[in-house]
Design a protein around this ligand. Structure first.
Ligand SMILES: Cc1cc2nc3c(=O)[nH]c(=O)nc-3n(C[C@H](O)[C@H](O)[C@H](O)COP(=O)(O)O)c2cc1C
Length: 329
């Protein structure tokens, strides 16, 4: 099974990705997807985007940058720039549900315009530079109705994609409801592409349920489950019968947490920004721990670095790791 590291803008920036790779990723993660860059008319990129795609921030791992746009010339220009930086594979974002993105028919919003999407892909794949790159798509199953998916699959079938990553939710679902396995099954039947499944694999149990339903699929992408439990890919790859070691898991999370935190202290200005970024991680990382409600509350309330560090120390002293069978975010 191949395991891909999902892009989560605001969470899996280059600092998190590099520390993740050092602490947990080696031998477990096949590809790291970089959160999207959004080319525009001026071709200026934000500081976050530039830092995320810088080759020196993506060494020692197989990193795939992602482009979000509905304009084929912007896509081609951005892909050429990324190719110049040394990337050979590029992912196209057709999944972002956010209001500001989708209302401009980008991300999942582009799925509402299948004719335009077809023309876009035709222009991209007619370009000789693009044909030298590996281009993959990460898609939802439609804007508002799963019936849209058949048309989209037929469009994707016309182009030589490297692979098709499917998060089987509608744009209108955002992250609510359950991934639609019926729609994913339709893709297994109808798509000519190599498929990767993405969505709500939060525990080893979820993974096993998925492989039971779709034994023919050889690739999964993990997002929130991997942030909640950074050792999830290793747990997925454990031989049957082998048990996880709660104390070792906690120690590993502490070392990882401290390295991410210290890198943020070095790279991000303003302690409130840093604490905010760490709190985002805790929204997920608390899922497999118990006996620590008070400490988690303190982390949530922390305003200064000192309060934060105190609360984190308390958490690691008292919290007990227990792998959950089911997690709900
Ligand atoms: C905060 C956040 C940021 C995200 N940013 C991106 C992004 O930049 N590009 C993208 O393709 N998907 C993005 N996603 C979607 C995830 O990559 C993934 O498809 C989604 O979380 C479902 O997988 P999961 O259930 O394993 O988390 C984001 C999701 C979240 C929650």
């Amino acid at each position: 099974m191949k395991i891909y590291f999902a892009p989560l803008e605001g969470i899996t920036g280059y600092i998190y990705r590099n520390q993740y790779n050092m602490h947990f990723g080696q031998g477990h993660i096949d590809k790291y997807f970089i959160p999207f860059i959004s080319p525009n008319q001026s071709s200026g990129y934000t500081g976050r985007e530039r830092a995320d795609i810088a080759p020196e921030h993506n060494r020692g791992m197989y990193a795939v940058p992602q482009i979000l746009t509905n304009n084929s010339s912007y896509f081609i220009r951005a892909a050429r720039m990324l190719s110049g930086l040394g990337y050979r594979e590029i992912n196209f974002n057709l999944g972002c549900p956010s209001g500001t993105v989708a209302s401009k028919f980008r991300g999942a919003g582009f799925l509402a315009k299948p004719d335009m999407l077809d023309a876009f892909l035709d222009e991209v794949f007619s370009d000789s530079d693009m044909r030298r790159l590996d281009i993959s798509i990460k898609t939802r199953i439609g804007m508002a109705d799963a019936d849209e998916f058949g048309r989209l699959l037929a469009i994707y079938n016309k182009y030589p994609l490297k692979e098709l990553i499917i998060h089987p939710r509608l744009r209108t679902d955002f992250y609510k409801n359950k991934p639609d396995w019926k729609a994913f099954g339709q893709a297994v039947q109808e798509s000519v592409h190599t498929l990767c499944y993405n969505g709500d694999i939060f525990t080893r149990k979820d993974y096993l349920n998925f492989t039971q339903e779709f034994p023919q699929i050889e690739c999964v992408m993990l997002g929130r489950g991997l942030i909640a439990d950074p050792a999830l890919p290793a747990a997925i790859r454990m031989p049957v019968g082998q048990k996880r070691d709660p104390e070792a898991e906690k120690q590993a999370l502490r070392l990882f947490h401290d390295d991410v935190y210290h890198d943020y202290l070095d790279a991000v200005s303003g302690s409130s920004n840093i604490i905010h970024k760490m709190k985002e991680l805790w929204r997920y990382m608390s899922a497999n721990y118990e006996n620590c409600e008070k400490e988690l509350k303190q982390i949530k309330k922390a305003r200064s670095k000192w309060d934060y560090q105190d609360a984190v120390n308390g958490f690691f002293e008292r919290a007990a790791f227990r792998e959950q069978e089911h997690i709900y975010f």
